[in-house]
Design a protein around this ligand. Structure first.
Ligand SMILES: [Mg+2]
Length: 270
């Protein structure tokens, strides 16, 4: 009888082997990638979160080969992510958790936030910035205001949380906003769009001819993307430790992601 862990490792390898076998026989390939915690290690300064060594080269090769459509699906806004990626090839991005789209030609569109809601979010952002006393841990973007507390000690997190949450809870009650926890902070969001909607919009472009698709992500917000992709592709949790997930397999960051992209690159170059 196999040892439990060995069995799990064998199953994980089988899922990946089957996927790459399918990919090698497919001419329609779609690679969906979260950024923070998936391609880039977390850093206390979120504006200095660059891809892990080797990631950019693998992505550049896949983009240059031109046989896979690569779409970055992120909570960041599109322009900020494009800057951090710093790739020579044009990139396609679904940003702000499915609220903001930017095509490889630079064309952009924004989905479903009224000017009134956006203005209210600005108030939430300014309240948070005032509570924290610095701009670098706050973020204001389409459909969302965010507080980042990664790297802060628990006392400071508690202080920020106590200062920001009552204001945000009041706004959430008045405007129907949601307050979401994520891995490293909290967000005040206009409800109604998630990464899952971005995945569904992308797949809808293909009708019944679903491409061979994988979605790599690490955070709770990626679970919406995993659920949307479901059995139409391979949802992959990027995480060193197990957690309850809708992903079909799990790989560690960065070595598992590097290996995954390396296998994809090898198939695209055949
Ligand atoms: Mg992430």
């Amino acid at each position: 009888m196999p040892h439990g862990r060995d069995f799990m490792e064998t199953t994980k390898e089988h899922v990946l082997d089957t996927f790459f076998d399918n990919l090698s026989r497919s001419t329609s390939r779609l690679l969906l990638l979260d950024y923070d915690g998936t391609l880039a290690p977390f850093t206390p300064n979120r504006l200095a979160a660059f891809p892990a060594p080797g990631i950019s080269a693998a992505l550049e090769d896949i983009l240059t080969a031109g046989r896979t459509r690569v779409v970055f699906v992120t909570g960041r806004d599109c322009e900020e992510l494009a800057g951090l990626l710093g790739l020579k090839n044009p990139v396609e991005i679904w940003g702000c958790h499915g609220r903001e789209y930017r095509g490889p030609d630079g064309r952009t569109k924004t989905i479903g936030v009224s000017p009134e809601a956006q203005e209210s979010l600005r108030e939430g952002f300014e309240a948070a910035r005032a509570a924290i006393g610095t701009a670098e841990r706050t973020e204001y973007k389409t459909g969302c205001a965010t507080v980042h507390w990664r790297g802060l000690d628990p006392t400071e997190r508690e202080r920020i949380s106590k200062a920001v949450l009552p204001v945000w809870q009041d706004m959430a009650g008045r405007h129907g906003f949601e307050i979401k926890d994520f891995d490293g902070g909290i967000e005040l969001c206009v409800p109604g769009r998630t990464k899952g909607d971005a995945v569904n919009d992308l797949l809808a472009e293909y009708g019944d001819n679903t491409p061979t698709t994988a979605f790599l992500g690490d955070d709770l917000t990626d679970e919406d993307g995993f659920a949307a992709l479901g059995s139409r592709g391979l949802p992959v949790l990027v995480r060193n430790e197990p957690r309850s997930t809708k992903a079909h397999t799990r790989i560690p960051m960065p070595e598992g992601v590097l290996e995954f992209l390396g296998r994809w690159r090898a198939i695209d170059s055949q």
